[in-house]
Write a protein that binds this ligand. Sequence first.
Ligand code: ATP
Length: 307
Amino acid sequence: MMEEVVSVEGLVKRYGDVTAVNGISFRVARGEVFGLLGPNGAGKTTTVECIEGLRVPDAGRIEVLGETPSPTNYRLKAKLGIQLQETAYLGLLTVEELLFTFAQLYPRHRDIQELVELVALTEKRKSCVKNLSGGQRQRLAVALALVNDPELLILDEPTAGLDPQARRALWDLILSLKAEGKTVLLTTHYMEEAEYLCDRVAIMDHGRIIALGPPAELVREHLRETALELELQADLEEGALEGLPGVRRIVREESGNLVLYSDDTVSTFRALAELVAAGRLPLRDLIWRRPSLEDVYLLLTGRRIRE
Ligand code: ATP
């Protein structure tokens, strides 16, 4: 039996006329990395803010570590590690000073030197926070979230805006926390991040969960085919590619590209080549790839996540 750390049932949150979260349910098990994946505005931040007790739901039930989150539930807050999307720190303090300052807020805290090492900021421990790079600042934010040795770590877009190397470093850090036995709930709009880090993901769109499960299973469940992405020089008539051998489904992206999902790649390739040779397919480029979480998202919404 999985031990539940977070349980969300029928969560609804509105801001005036906007329904940011529209009746979602999911559970996070102890020791897993669980991701809320979706584009900007999907409702991820609102969801984690309700779980953190920073916002009060309009409907639904949330339980975190056996408690109901609320702005005044300090017993629960002491067991959570929270990294908010945007954080303003006291920039003139050094890394160490800031960590010591945060540590004083809790009855029990992790060893600061050990924490500095864990997030690979040993060389920067005497540097002022304002002089850190984006990646270093994000790792410091994670260190601050870990100060109270929380049972559940909640990271809101932890790698947003980071270069690939800094993102990699943060991924390694998150996986080392998982290896320590921490439970991690994170939000992201990076597909490859969700695929790499998360044991399970909930794909969110317009305040709803449209798919939930381990990334590889979601791909297997929704897409057994190969994805052939066609970039065209001119529009095709509606239905021009219907009935091509092997093609199970065609999705037109907002960019105009067509994605053909084929269960017989060779036959589909051959048919496409014949159409090009006959001057009936104005092809500029063709990309062949195995389906990914990105394709699942595209299939379910008709959009790419970062558009
Ligand atoms: P992002 O990654 O951009 O934060 P998100 O998936 O986390 O996106 P939310 O921030 O939860 O999404 O926003 C969901 C919806 O609620 C959006 O339409 C947003 O404009 C709206 N919203 C969020 N916060 C507020 C607020 N304080 N007041 C009014 N509307 C809000």
